[in-house]
Ligand binder design. Structure first.
Ligand code: IVH
Length: 692
């Protein structure tokens, strides 16, 4: 049908035209979104949509129930844009016992080498979803989730949809001003939403936290707008001018700008006051209109916060005091054995679903063989289940008096349920492991899933199900195969004996998803050192350890060489790496098949050297420092973390490799040795002067 001029169109013609547009746009949408095969170019498509809107504006009574203007606007986003967080969003260390509050205060005083009282804030720990909101010259320009702490998801549009979210700030705020806090759903709004969903036969949310997360992380921000979400602010991220001097001053300031802050925030001067604030909120938590899962204690003074600094992922100046776990009673229906990436056989309890503190629980971890024996857990038992925060639910005891007489003791398998290989337990190991190695499909598949996971190669498009299918069909058996997929998918020439994988013809796939996958794979070929180390799947090496290793060795070649030479001592000298972990790392490099996989991988990918952004331009970057004697201004740990943050290595003894010795009072043999070797010796004051 030819398109017509809106100005002169009659009502009758408009009606026909609107019908035509509804059908045409729907066809274009299906072709584009579902079949990945657009048949209209973007300009033509936009023209149709505009015409539809213009006609509807002129004849509002002709708007059809199936009008394209009622469906999702232009292009549905298939994923959130990524946001680089200039200041990472960290997490907090948890404590559960009252006595740990004193330990927390003590550790702070010890670190600061001071017996003076420290002032804290005590703030309810909101159980929602953290967000970050950046304002440029007072205008809200970007919102983000926490993501992995460094890279978040862009939720700018979603935050805009929250009632009362400030889009402009009146006062003279710093040029770049990023506030952070929590988005949450009140208990009342959660119940109302679930009731409505139930009536409409839609999905029910397990708790207010999930409801808040599900409402905020919506690709179509208009859905966020329809949910009742609330938010509060409790900290900041990137700020061009931090002029406040304490947490309390910050909270007062943001409140004056119109951001909600928690009315139960308090200032506390000692352990007792902290514990009182904890007790008060714990006792009244059921009456609060929203969920909280503990109390956050923060050092109030920013100068002190700065001196205390950070551990790998958490600040030294704050801690979360969590409320005790919640419990419920249910029946254990089955014990399933899962085989993990490292071959560990892990028992999992299938439970009769039960509500534990607002969350429906149907599985629990059973840890290992001994745990089942120790608690004498049997299939069919009535058990007490406990849930604490995000921790996987656990079975804490069996109600023996409720046990039926004929329940058999559980016997743990000695054969891998996935591949039939022997499953053995090393002496002094709690876990039983499958001996099948990579020939055990469960292990191979789990390793592949780990390899492509977000914190490793982060290959979108290779989800769990795809990995499982590709493994079964022998399309991907080792990590290397991922990088040859594109080549193997090319149409082969007539005389070749190879057959193309033809991925685009798989069910549920299309040209577009295949090309997206290849793009994601190609993008992943440049990988940071810590992600690469993590991706290798070495036992016990999580993201934090991988980061420590990367920071220490800087390049993969150096790390690999040290490991192949079994240089375990240097590894153990890294703060945060213990002997058992070091052993696992060295063992990994002893296996020739691991080295073979690494070498093949290195032929197709590029591992970036660790590059400490703050460190590269410092005088100490790349230098080896030794501290000796008593320092008077800084404590040892403070001095050490300062040095590490500036890209230095800190060694325990003086050698030819030492660049600087920092000598405090009554320094002894290390100083003598440094003098003998002609190493540069500096005082504590000089060290401090050089670090600023
Ligand atoms: S401060 C560097 N304050 O708890 C510390 N966090 O485990 C930054 N949370 O991701 C966080 N209420 O989602 C802080 N009053 C509060 C909080 C709070 C809830 C959450 C937040 C954070 C997590 C840390």
């Amino acid at each position: 049908m030819p398109l017509i001029d809106v100005k002169s169109i009659t009502e009758d013609e408009a009606k026909k035209q609107l019908e035509y547009l509804a059908k045409e746009i729907e066809k274009a949408d299906i072709a584009y979104y579902q079949n990945d095969e657009p048949y209209l170019d973007d300009a033509k498509y936009d023209e149709l949509r505009h015409l539809n809107l213009a006609l509807e504006a002129k004849f509002p009574h002709l708007i059809r129930p199936d009008s394209p203007s009622k469906r999702i606007g232009a292009k549905v986003k298939s994923e959130f844009k990524k946001v680089d967080l200039a200041v990472p969003m960290l997490s907090l260390a948890d404590i559960f016992e009252d006595t740990e509050v004193a330990d927390f205060i003590m550790s702070i005083k010890r670190f600061l080498n001071s017996s003076d009282d420290v002032v804290f804030t005590s703030e309810p720990k909101m159980d929602g979803l953290s967000f970050s909101a950046l304002y440029e010259n007072g205008v809200f320009v970007r919102g983000s989730t926490r993501g992995d702490g460094r890279i978040g998801e862009d939720i700018t549009e979603n935050l805009r949809e929250i009632k009362g979210f400030p889009l402009f700030l009146d006062k003279d705020v710093p040029e770049r001003f990023e506030v952070r806090g929590e988005v949450f759903m009140s208990k009342a709004d959660f119940f109302a939403l679930n009731q409505k969903n139930e009536e409409e036969h839609k999905k029910l949310f397990a708790n207010p936290r999930n409801a808040a997360a599900g409402s905020l992380r919506q690709l179509d921000a208009r859905i966020t707008g329809k949910r009742n979400l609330s938010f509060i602010v409790y900290t900041w991220g990137e700020v061009s001018d931090v002029f406040w001097k304490s947490q309390v001053e910050f909270l007062d300031y943001v409140q004056s700008l119109g951001f909600p802050v928690n009315p139960y925030n308090k200032v506390c001067h000692n352990e007792q006051e902290l514990l009182n604030s904890y007790r008060l909120l714990m006792d009244n938590r059921a009456d609060l209109p929203y969920d909280i899962d503990g109390i956050v204690y923060k050092v109030n003074d920013l100068e002190l916060q700065k001196r205390l600094g950070f551990l790998t992922r958490t600040p030294r100046w704050a801690i979360a005091h969590k409320f005790p776990a919640e419990k419920a009673i249910t029946r254990l229906n089955n014990i399933r054995i899962q085989v993990g990436r490292t071959g560990a056989l892990t028992p999992v309890a299938d439970l009769e679903p039960v509500n534990v503190g607002g969350v429906l629980v149907s599985h629990a971890t059973l840890h290992n063989e001994d745990e089942i024996k120790r608690k004498d857990i049997r299939i069919g038992d009535i058990v007490v289940v406990q849930r604490a925060g995000d921790v996987i639910p656990q079975i804490i005891e069996v109600l023996k008096e409720k046990r039926l007489s004929d329940l058999a003791e559980f016997s743990f398998p000695t054969i891998c349920p996935e591949c039939g290989a022997h499953a053995i337990r090393e002496e002094d190991e709690a876990v039983r492991r499958c001996t099948g190695g990579l020939s055990c499909p469960a292990q191979a598949v789990e390793r592949l899933k780990h390899f492509v996971s977000r914190e490793a190669f982060n290959i979108e498009g290779l989800g769990d199900k795809v990995i499982e299918d590709f493994y079964k069909e022998k399309i991907i058996q080792t990590p290397y195969d991922i990088f040859t997929l594109e080549e193997r998918n090319r149409p082969q020439d007539l005389f070749s004996t190879d057959v193309s994988l033809n991925l685009e013809n798989r069910e549920g796939w299309g040209k577009k998803s295949v090309s997206n996958l290849f793009e994601a794979i190609n993008k992943s070929k440049n990988i940071t050192l810590s992600k690469f180390i993590y991706a290798l799947g070495i036992r016990q090496v999580g993201t934090a350890t991988a980061y420590l290793i990367a920071r220490h060795y800087h390049s993969f070649e150096v790390f690999k060489e040290a490991m192949c030479n079994q240089d375990i001592h240097l590894l153990i000298s890294i703060d945060g790496i213990g002997a058992a972990m070091a052993k696992d790392i060295v063992e990994f490099f002893k296996e020739s098949h691991n080295l073979a996989i690494i070498d093949k991988l290195l032929s197709v990918i590029r591992v970036e050297n660790f590059d400490d952004v703050i460190a590269t331009d410092s005088v100490f970057s790349g230098k080896t420092l030794v501290f000796t004697g008593t320092l008077s201004t800084l404590t040892r740990s403070e001095a050490k973390s300062k040095a590490l943050a500036l890209g230095a290595k800190v060694a325990g003894s003086v050698s030819n490799n030492t660049d600087y010795v920092i000598a405090g009072e009554s320094a002894g043999s290390k100083l003598t040795k440094a003098k003998e070797l002609g190493i540069k010796i500096i005082s504590e004051e000089e060290f401090i002067a050089m670090t600023v």
